[in-house]
Ligand binder design. Structure first.
Ligand code: ZN
Ligand code: MN
Length: 452
């Protein structure tokens, strides 16, 4: 079967734990990682009868901010619902979640995969509570309720992905976004961000289109496993289709778990349909429009909130390239964390034009400046001093570079043809001419520009 005649269709369900002080429906601390088991609990998050949940205002606000950052519409009417299922990690017998009126719907996110533009539609963003954590030890299962009731955002995308690399880039961007907004650390290995891709294939054979059965993948706790699990599952479905020509049945979804030991996905269970959860409105929490403390923003207020959102990481990244002329690669690194992006811009401001922004960017990235210890202003002071005292820089350096270039036409031509060692040669010539006194950082930056 030719690759041209089939393509993967992948959608994502992502759960992200919010970094609030307290849990979703009680006053217990939500900062549970590494704490002694079952020390952060109360009747509400233990699911004891009669305990009443009170929604966490901060968690609702953070979910609204995330919804806006994902270009969603914020619902003006929202409520919590009970999702009923029976499992020991949920002693109430249900999870408080959101069913038909999620906090945010119909968004989209644009991102790049190796400079190719992708767009993914966001179906919904809703808020729910995390469950207790179970640890299986041989014949025993241990249960820790510290995680029970931690605020959990669920993001559901439309099935717009076609490859595991798109998924990986999307998840990395989402992680960067929630960290940037300060709402989660979203560390996959710590379980703060979990994703469940739903995978099937569209196959065109002899002019007819087939869809293979839907499979939801679980147990994925790193970016690397996301790629491996999806790639393996795509191949498995392709092989299965070749053998059986089995196609998707309505409402039927199978769950398979990623097994790192064997590098395969393993059948877990046939999926219940949504109706099996017997969703119904949570009677102990009034609809959010009726709650004073958690009043939802109306259309006007949503617009205002959106305007007041901080610049998002991809916007900052693009602006750094445009405004400061730094490379896309460096812009990406500088916008990995908001703290670093802000640091860079403060340093550029402090330099008041005496240092090239590209130079400052290179120093921050390559010299691994300790941004906690050195202030942007101090960094600039040190750099300016270094340039003045010991090194040939600025227009003096440019003059020497131009001399060296005109005396080494062969190397210049080689460099233009893409031979990178010619660049090293030219840098060496300038260093020789200046008896090692040229400012190397500046030289490395300026020389390639002056070649053109
Ligand atoms: Zn509690
Ligand atoms: Mn969920």
């Amino acid at each position: 079967m030719d690759k041209n005649f089939w393509k993967p269709i992948i959608g994502l369900e992502i759960h992200i734990e919010l970094k609030t002080k307290s849990k979703m429906f009680c006053g217990c601390s939500a900062d549970y990682f590494g704490k002694p088991p079952n020390t952060l609990t109360c009747p509400v998050c233990l699911g004891l009868p009669g305990a009443l949940p009170v929604p966490n205002k901060k968690a609702i606000q953070q979910t609204i901010i995330l919804g806006l950052a994902l270009n969603c519409k914020i619902s003006q009417m929202s409520k919590f619902d009970r999702k009923n299922y029976f499992y020991p990690d949920l002693p109430k017998g249900y999870q408080i979640s959101q069913y038909d009126l999620p906090l945010a719907v119909k968004g989209e996110l644009k991102f790049k995969v190796q400079s190719a533009k992708c767009k993914v539609r966001i179906r919904r963003v809703h808020l729910e509570e995390d469950t207790a954590k179970m640890t299986h030890l041989g014949n025993f299962t241990l249960i820790d309720f510290n995680r029970s009731g931690v605020p959990l955002v669920e993001i559901v995308t439309e099935p717009d992905f076609e490859s595991s690399s798109q998924i990986e880039e999307f998840l990395k961007y989402l992680q960067r976004l929630v960290r940037w907004l300060g709402i989660s650390q979203a560390d996959m290995e710590k379980g703060q961000m979990r994703c469940e891709p739903t995978v099937n294939l569209e196959v065109i054979k002899e002019g007819r289109t087939y869809y293979t059965p839907l499979v939801e993948l679980k147990n994925i706790n790193s970016f690397r496993f996301v790629r491996k699990a999806i790639d393996w599952e795509i191949q498995r479905q392709l092989e299965e289709f070749k053998k059986t020509e089995r196609v998707k049945e309505k409402g039927n979804k199978t769950t398979r778990g990623w097994d790192e030991k064997t590098g395969t996905t393993v059948l877990q269970r046939e999926k219940e349909e949504a109706s099996d959860y017997r969703y119904f409105p949570e009677p102990d929490i009034p609809p959010l429009t009726k709650l004073k403390v958690t009043r939802l923003p109306d259309g006007q207020e949503s617009k205002k909130l959106k305007v007041n959102l901080p610049e998002l990481p991809n916007q900052t990244e693009a602006r750094f390239v445009k405004e400061y002329g730094i490379s896309e690669y460096n812009a990406r690194i500088l916008t990995e964390e908001k703290k670093i992006a802000d640091y860079f811009e403060e340093a550029v401001g402090a330099a008041k034009g005496t240092l090239e922004p590209t130079f400052i960017a290179n120093i921050i990235i390559n010299k691994r400046v300790d941004t906690n210890k050195v202030s942007p202003a101090d960094l600039v002071k040190t750099l300016v001093k270094q340039q003045k005292i010991t090194k040939i820089a600025g227009s003096d350096l440019e003059k020497i570079i131009l001399e060296v270039l005109s005396q080494n036409q062969k190397a210049v031509e080689d460099y233009k043809k893409g031979k990178t060692n010619a660049l090293q040669f030219l840098i060496g010539q300038v260093m020789a001419k200046t008896k090692g006194q040229a400012n190397l950082e500046e030289l490395k930056l300026k020389l390639p520009k002056l070649v053109k």
